[in-house]
Design a protein around this ligand. Structure first.
Ligand code: AVI
Length: 318
């Protein structure tokens, strides 16, 4: 008999993960599944909303303090861009940082390759090494990534979508990949602020965030074969002060029988599916997390309203 071959089917793994979350009490869906093609466009539109100041605050910080950051970091880094997307945030820093290698990492291979193809002619002198990877699971760098002066760039407060313990694990992984190479991180975090301001950012008047949240159900239908009808679900967002996070949920607007091949689950009216956490930090709280991961904060910059911070930290010796 020929030996059996173990094959890994990524689609089946995604389906299994999603269905496990839907059968859990309470049900949950990982927020990384927001970003299908429409979800990416909705998120881009959210970043333009008056209520969602994160992106503007961060851009203002880079515009005002980018040169100071570049002085602190020094030229010639290996710039590793986590969740690079269209690469625009990193590219805006190229003229200041003068990286010797640019390593954009993103889950969406096609989008990443298109972005790099657009960028490379403008910065022909920078070696570009795109890596298609879901780094939330296990961040890995191919051997072609220089082990010199590595700088992990993680803007947008995306680290807030991980729990503090997951964020710590990811930072520790970055620390391990900085070993012996004068490495560091440049990371954007949304700061704790007034509850009403936070809740408006995740429940805007136009309903774009509601559409972003509901669109997740259509994406899950395609990935897992479920039969969600978005009309039966309502968007909810609230700030959980004791855990320091904005939570997004989808609430059943009526009794719902959800089915998929071979199985079903009943949701009572008002029952929730937890779809996202967005943790907010104080600069002290995040600096402490960095320290626990083996980094030492070197500089921090905030916008005029103290809504957002960009922190530069170096891997500590040892
Ligand atoms: C990508 N991430 C940092 C956004 C956030 O603010 O947590 C995703 C988002 N969710 C709702 N609006 C935006």
């Amino acid at each position: 008999m020929p030996p059996s071959v173990e094959t890994f089917d990524p689609q089946a793994a995604i389906r299994a993960e999603l269905l496990e979350g839907l059968l859990a009490e309470p049900a949950h869906i990982a927020s990384k599944y927001f970003y299908d093609a429409l979800g990416c466009k909705l998120f881009e539109a959210i970043c333009e909303l008056p209520e969602y100041a994160l992106t503007r605050n961060e851009a203002a910080i880079f515009a005002e303090h980018g040169a100071a950051m570049a002085r602190a970091i020094g030229p010639g880094c290996t710039l590793i861009d986590l969740g690079a997307g269209n690469c625009a945030k990193a590219a805006a820093l190229f003229p200041l940082l003068h990286p010797s290698q640019y390593v954009p990492i993103d889950i969406s291979q096609d989008f990443l390759l298109e972005s790099v193809a657009r960028l490379q002619p403008r910065f022909a002198h920078i070696e570009m090494t795109p890596v298609a990877q879901d780094f939330s699971e296990h961040l890995q760098l191919p051997a072609s990534v220089r082990a010199e002066h590595r700088l992990f760039f993680y803007p947008g407060s995306s680290i807030g979508n991980f729990s503090p313990s997951q964020a710590l694990a990811l930072l520790r992984r970055m620390r391990a990949l900085c070993l012996g190479c004068d490495g560091g991180v440049l990371i954007g975090i949304d700061l704790l602020k007034d509850k009403a301001v936070l809740e408006a950012a995740y429940d805007d008047a136009l309903g774009l965030t509601a559409a972003f949240n509901l669109n997740l159900l259509r994406h899950v239908n395609r990935l897992a074969g479920t039969d969600f009808d978005v009309k039966q679900w309502l968007h909810r967002a609230h700030f959980n002060a004791s855990l320091g996070r904005v939570e997004m949920h989808l609430l059943a607007a009526e009794d719902v029988r959800l089915s998929w091949p071979g199985q079903q689950r009943f949701f009572m009216s008002g029952e929730s599916i937890h779809t996202e956490n967005s943790f907010k930090y104080s600069t002290e709280g995040f600096t402490e997390l960095l320290q626990r991961a083996g980094f030492e904060a070197q500089g921090q910059w905030t916008d005029a309203d103290q809504g957002f911070a960009v922190i530069h930290a170096r891997a500590s010796a040892g």
